[in-house]
Design a protein around this ligand. Sequence first.
Ligand code: NI
Length: 177
Amino acid sequence: MSLLPILRYPDPRLHKVAKPVTVFDERLKRLAADMAETMYDAPGVGLAATQVDVHEQVIVIDVSDAHDELRVFVNPEIVWASDERQVYDEGCLSVPGIYDGVERPARVRVKAKDAEGKVFELDCEGLLAVCIQHEMDHLKGKVFVEYLSPLKRNRIKTKLLKEEREQKKQQTKKVAA
Ligand code: NI
């Protein structure tokens, strides 16, 4: 297994639309395992393949405290969503250090395949419901900051670009030392 680099907003590759998976082979299992390792290491509760620059419909999620409830969703679809909505402060491994409220359906039923290609349905609520909808947005090329006002989004963009420039400068210094 290996850690995969995570794309950072506003990288344009985060807006690519992921294709459905058609082949359930060892490569897919390795991708899911590497994504899980990357998510736990970050640490985060969910990761979409889009975030590691693989544009296929694969998501890993583990919202448990003990990190023992890893779930892999391949080609996920929302087959039902509650009328009731909730606002959660969301963050994202591709938008480090930024948290803001996003309103979504409070409960959803998701149909997906696991890494072996077996179909399952799962009723999600609470953090799991937030997380699956957030990750499914990634597969459509949508980052959660797009739910925020243009003013907030631009501030976030400026802040992250500045941080990236500063990090690059520091890396250059290390190489020169
Ligand atoms: Ni995210």
